[in-house]
Design a protein around this ligand. Structure first.
Ligand code: ZN
Ligand code: ZN
Length: 480
């Protein structure tokens, strides 16, 4: 922090201690900006406008796999929706990716105990040979145990990793290690010589619904067909393997990849006095193919669009609000270029990027926001106090932990230095529904959706009318 920033922080803190309205400054918050943010918050609670967007999106277009005709049509419709609701400079940014189409699939136990299994192919999994694959299952209880067997030792077998159910948590904390099995498992299977890979779904429900999601193949390893079993089917297969006799399965899939394009939809509400300073509110337009992508992530678009609209209804903000509905968050292949977040970053000049002052992403369903995480260096002080005043009445507590990542969509601009905030949502039931056929509109609780919009509207209004330079508040990174 510079000396002048330090001095103005001290001034802001002492003014706050005296209960005075604060002049502009590195950390000062004027009373009008706080009152405006409270008004935006309350207008959001009263208006309940977010449900309209996600209702129309999921009803008109259903599932929206990255690069599909449905994602394209949804993006064009969403651009019109933005224009109809007052957004300016609405544009569609196209970029190439390798798409994936599920086709037909089936899974079954064969041999002495024949029975069907409920399974879904993982995104970017190749097809099986015509007629399917039939082979003996080798089960592993952890990814590490699977990785530890010698290369080539599973020749002709189906590798099965059942690392147990995801434990529901407010933070969704258990998801990462299980989704890692999905990302790397099929590549490991190829290296070990297996003919296919199956896993217990990365989910917390006990319904007979597999959770899909993308997988990644490592260069030089032949991709093998990969599937996720629903929780009861994983239980069933693991019990049968535990009885000791060899268990054979038959797997079939007609999935294919194809060259296509995806697109980001971008719309602005230009700032009044500092239009060059941009706040990016992100979410993603694409979804998996099994449900209709209501909680993942139609809800995120609904929340960010509604928050921006509610703020604009209070009058033009000082800074520009930019809502981006990113394409290809779920697939992101090729990894370097096939995702909306990267495409957006590449479209920015260094000067454009330097003008991005704040960003956040909504991609964790529609259940209530409970915690605010501010950018590094902003956890305490006048701005954090002001944010707390706006958000505390709707049950959002300020965290001492800074936000560092945001999410997949805004990740590239965050890594490029844009300060990021997090409005953390209740994740207790998110992974019951995530990437399943049950991710549908009826799972959105309108009241909790509205509380999300109120939290976003309050915080973003405060930032949009503030002159806090969040970049300047980050501690200097140590020289490498
Ligand atoms: Zn998502
Ligand atoms: Zn997802």
């Amino acid at each position: 922090m510079s000396l002048s920033a330090r001095v103005s922080t001290l001034c802001a803190l002492s003014a706050l201690a005296l209960g005075l309205a604060l002049p502009g400054g590195a950390q000062a918050q004027d009373e009008a900006a706080i009152v405006g943010a409270e008004k935006a918050r309350d207008a959001a609670l009263a208006a309940n406008i977010a449900l309209d967007y996600v209702t129309q999106l999921t009803t008109r277009f259903g599932p929206r796999p990255a690069g599909s005709a449905s994602e394209t049509a949804a993006a064009e419709w969403a651009a019109g929706y933005m224009r109809d609701h007052g957004f300016r400079n609405v544009r569609i940014q196209e970029f190439p990716l390798v798409g994936w189409e599920r086709g037909q699939e089936s899974a079954a136990i064969v041999g002495a105990n024949p029975q069907p299994l409920v399974a879904a192919a993982l995104g970017h999994s190749p097809a099986t040979p015509e007629g399917g694959i039939e082979a003996e299952v080798v089960r592993f209880a952890t990814l590490e145990a699977f990785q530890a067997v010698p290369d080539g030792s599973l020749a002709g077998k189906v590798a099965y990793v059942d690392a147990g159910q995801l434990v529901p948590m407010q933070t969704g904390a258990g998801y990462s290690p299980l989704s890692r099995i999905r990302s790397v498992g099929p590549g490991v299977a190829g290296r070990k010589g297996a003919v296919a890979f199956i896993m217990r779904s990365a989910g917390s429900d006990e319904h007979r619904m597999p959770h899909t999601g993308t997988t990644r193949y490592v260069d030089g390893v032949v991709p093998v067909p990969a599937f996720a079993l629903s929780a009861p089917d994983a239980d069933q297969l693991s019990r049968l393997v535990g009885y000791g006799a060899p268990v054979r399965v038959r797997l079939s899939s007609t999935a294919r990849t194809y060259q296509t394009t995806s697109r980001n939809v971008i719309g602005d509400l230009p700032g009044r006095t500092r239009p060059d300073e941009i706040i990016v509110l992100g979410s993603h337009m694409d979804s998996w193919d099994l449900g209709t992508g209501a909680i993942d992530d139609g809800a995120g678009g609904a929340i960010t669009l509604a928050a921006a609209r509610v703020i604009a209804d209070q009058g033009r903000t000082a800074r520009t609000l930019r809502v981006i509905l990113y394409g290809s968050e779920e697939v992101s292949q090729p990894v370097e270029t096939g995702n909306g977040g990267g495409a957006y970053l590449r479209s920015l000049s260094p000067e454009d990027l330097a003008n991005h002052v704040f960003t956040g992403e909504s991609d964790f369903g529609a259940d209530r926001v409970h915690t605010l995480q501010l950018p590094v260096g902003v956890q305490t002080g006048a701005f954090a106090d002001a944010a707390n005043r706006v958000l505390y009445p709707i049950g959002v507590l300020r965290s001492a932990q800074p936000e560092r990542e945001g999410g997949v969509d805004i990740g590239p601009i965050v890594q490029a230095g844009v300060p990021v905030f997090g409005l953390k949502q209740d994740g207790l039931r998110y992974f019951d529904l995530h990437h399943t056929a049950d991710d549908t509109l009826d799972k959105i609780d309108p009241e909790q959706l509205t509380q999300n919009v109120a939290a976003w509207a309050g915080l973003v209004s405060l930032v949009a009318n503030s002159d806090v330079d969040f970049r300047a508040m980050a501690p200097a990174t140590p020289a490498p």
